[in-house]
Ligand binder design. Structure first.
Ligand code: GLV
Length: 394
């Protein structure tokens, strides 16, 4: 048989993956124990051993989110799918949705909520700021939404949003609270049940240091009831928690097949959650805090400028720095990557007042003082290099 398309020459070259230190907003480096767990045998998605891993993962997510919610599981797609799944399940056409927009992720959630038929009100604030509860409450009382969506750590700007106390306010207005924890949970405190959060999700490739490909999420009993009381099914089969939750045995019903989950990714996630349980969530959070203190002091000593003016509003897991005409930020980033294989993130938004953002992640496996010292050393050299280049152009 003669094939019409020849085997690609590029695929006959060996695959070479460089060793990098990933200090951008994610992914972070994968822990060696997690990498090892991924090399275990592949299991069938309906095998008993896979079900046991899924059950153990649910326990790990409950610990991470500090919740007892039954509807707690993972979706087979990036962290982004958490946003899709939550909005798709909780919104029916015509529902009023309030979205807090102070960066890319709020903007995207508002877009998605509309696609699922929501009548969206965007609550905005200047980039680099977060939302006060007074402002949120005034929107809740005027809009009377079914759902408020808010991001705990807006990675596009490096802003931290306090959540504690917000659930109670939302519930006074009969509104569900959904929170994006993609760059926060495990690095900063989060108490899903105590703070009365109805839906929350995170990605696995950031603080959990697992390769991207799963999102983990949880729904309160109230949110679960909303999903089961829907007048029409969720618009996307793949995100339908009524079916997916049954595959994950979140209900008192027999397991059913929804899709073929990757047992390798499940093994990786289970290993990461096992490490979290071994170290203790409070110690993991403390480790992030200690590393951030050192990082922030080092960045300040380097004369770099924080984009988020108020110290208390800064997200400790992703620090954003603003570079105006001090040096060429691209020259800086290229130096880090080419000379030291160090990835620092760049901005995602155009509206940062004429400057360019550098985003330094501090998550999971990379949250160690050794990695912070290395990052600061490289950033100092990169800044000197970029400044010299800029001045030689004048
Ligand atoms: C991803 O979360 C990013 O902020 O780049």
């Amino acid at each position: 048989m003669k094939m019409e398309v020849a085997p690609p020459k590029v695929l006959k070259q060996p695959l070479v993956i460089p060793q990098r230190v990933l200090m951008g907003p994610g992914p972070s480096n994968v822990h060696p124990r997690v990498l090892h767990a991924m090399s275990h045998n592949v299991l069938g998605h309906m095998n008993q051993e896979t079900f046991q891993i899924m059950d153990e993962i649910k326990e790990g997510i409950r610990y991470l989110f500090q919740t007892k919610n039954d509807l707690t599981l993972a979706t087979s797609a990036t962290g982004h799918s958490g946003m899709e799944a939550i909005l798709c399940n909780l919104i029916e056409p015509g529902d009023k949705v309030l979205v807090a927009v102070n960066g890319l992720w709020g903007t995207r959630a508002a877009d998605m909520a509309e696609r699922y038929g929501g009548v969206v009100t965007e609550m905005t604030v200047k980039l680099g700021k977060n939302f006060t509860f007074d402002v949120i409450e005034s929107f809740l009382s005027k809009v009377r939404p079914k759902l408020l969506f808010i991001v705990q750590g807006e990675t596009s700007t490096g802003v931290f949003q306090p959540i504690e106390g917000l659930g109670k306010i939302c519930h006074r207005y009969d509104c569900l609270l959904a929170v994006d924890l993609v760059a926060t949970v495990g690095g900063v405190p989060f108490f899903m049940d105590k703070w009365e959060v109805d839906a929350a999700y995170t990605a696995v490739q950031k603080i959990l240091s697992v390769p991207t490909g799963l999102a983990i999420m949880s729904f309160s009993p109230k949110a679960q009831k909303v999903i089961f009381d829907r007048k029409i099914p969720p618009k996307v089969f793949f995100w339908d928690m009524r079916i997916l939750g049954q595959q994950w045995k979140c209900y008192d019903k027999p397991r059913i097949y929804h899709h073929t989950v990757s047992s390798s990714l499940l093994s990786a996630l289970r290993e990461s959650l096992a490490m979290l349980a071994e170290e203790g969530l409070e110690n993991v959070i403390k480790r992030h805090e200690i590393c951030y203190e050192r990082l922030a002091k080092g960045l300040q000593d380097l004369g770099l400028k924080f984009f988020v003016e108020e110290e208390k509003d800064r997200l400790i897991t992703v620090t954003s720095l603003i570079v105006r005409d001090e040096f060429d930020h691209k020259e800086f980033l290229d130096f880090c990557m080419k000379k030291y294989s160090l990835e620092i993130g760049t901005g995602l938004l155009g509206q940062t007042g004429g400057g360019k953002l550098l985003r330094v992640g501090l998550m999971g496996y990379n949250a160690t003082l050794e990695t912070v010292e290395f990052t600061l050393k490289v950033m100092k050299e990169a800044k000197d290099h970029a400044e010299t280049k800029s001045s030689s152009k004048l």
